[in-house]
Design a protein around this ligand. Structure first.
Ligand code: NAI
Length: 326
């Protein structure tokens, strides 16, 4: 039986992979995949990895040396892989889409929670503090949503915004033909939007797409929501803008330095990331721990496609979900 070394395994991963898997021996490791842990894949044909695993040249050298043939990414993004080191040495397969609704719905959930101060209200009422002072939000109806990246998740988010009666501005270097959306350049999008939602991948071009200049163009009341990748936002610039009240608030499901912190319980530790600590403490910042994907439908989809990718590799079928390094 072919073996898969499964890194960064969480109980919800194990539950869904065990439900779907009928053919392989899966060895689950809590450790993230990184150069120091890669040796755990000895005897395995495949490794299964996730967004914050450190898949650099050293990790890949070790995996290749152990005879691992396939890297099964159980996610869409692959910005954490040294593609040049992997080229022609190890196959990389991913899950390009599972549930775009999971992420889009979480993004809107965060906007509603941030705008209407629902987490603050929840904490107050648990202490029988029924004061409304400081909880004023704004109607989404009639306001403008600026959507950066109009692929699967961006379009799902757009449909939700339309349901709220919002106007839609969009930016994407590859515009789609979408009714009710007006494509504009980023400057106009930043200037005109009341909420700005990021749905593009992290690439050289999109790194810090939200920087001090971009924030300088935005309305002082604008809310930014990032459910894509932390590196899209210059966190220090965001923190300064929040401190100087140049921006309305931020809802962050991802953070540029999340690796090693997110997905884990750090409540007994001293977290030394000062930018994160200050962001967490701001009343107009809402942070979730890269959980936008976490629905039953998405977990099922991830397990099904990941295992199908391995089937396809072993059967010599066309690898439609292969990440090809250029
Ligand atoms: P997709 O590939 O369907 O869409 C991405 C869109 O971004 C494409 O339309 C592409 O043209 C556009 N794009 C590329 N470069 C751009 C640029 N410079 N500026 C603006 N747009 C640009 O991808 P999908 O499925 O919609 O996912 C989007 C992102 O969501 C992923 O890259 C990933 O980072 C993130 N994600 C986050 C999850 C979470 O749990 N927080 C879960 C899944 C994905």
């Amino acid at each position: 039986m072919e073996k898969i070394a499964f890194f960064d395994a969480k109980p919800y991963d194990k539950e869904w992979f065990d439900k779907i898997n009928k053919k392989y021996e899966i060895v689950y490791y809590e450790s993230r995949l990184r150069p120091e842990s890669a040796r755990l894949a000895e005897g395995c044909t495949a490794v299964c990895a996730f967004v914050n695993d450190v898949i650099n040249a050293k990790t890949i050298d070790t995996l290749v040396g152990l005879g691992v043939k396939v890297l099964l990414m159980r996610c869409a993004g692959f910005n954490n892989i040294a593609l040049a080191a992997a080229k022609d040495r190890i196959k990389i397969l991913r899950v390009p889409a599972y549930s775009p609704y999971a992420v889009a719905e979480h993004a809107m959930g965060m906007i509603l929670a941030l705008n209407r101060k629902i987490p603050r209200a929840y904490i107050r009422t648990r202490d029988f503090n029924f004061s409304l002072v400081g909880l004023t939000g704004f109607d989404l109806h009639g306001k403008t949503a600026g959507i950066i990246g109009t692929g699967k998740i961006g379009q799902a988010f757009m449909e939700i915004c339309k349901g709220f009666g919002m106007n839609i501005l969009a930016y994407d270097p590859h515009p789609a033909d979408i009714e009710g959306a007006k494509y504009v350049d980023t400057d106009e999008l930043f200037r005109e939007s009341d909420i700005i939602s990021l749905h593009c991948p992290f690439t050289r071009e999109t790194r810090y797409i939200i920087d001090d200049n971009a924030i300088g163009l935005m309305k002082k009341s604008a809310l930014i929501v990032n459910t894509s990748r932390g590196q899209l936002i210059d966190s220090e610039a965001l923190l300064s803008a929040l401190n100087e009240k140049r921006i309305g608030g931020a809802a962050l499901d991802v953070y540029e330095e999340e690796s090693g912190l997110f997905f884990e319980d750090n409540s007994d530790k001293i977290v030394t990331d000062e930018v994160l600590s200050l962001l967490v403490s701001r009343p107009n910042v809402l942070i979730t721990s890269h959980q936008a994907f976490l629905t039953e439908e998405a977990l099922r989809g991830i397990a099904e496609v990941t295992l199908q990718n391995f089937d396809d590799y072993l059967c010599g079928k066309e690898l439609k979900n292969e990440v090809v390094s250029k």
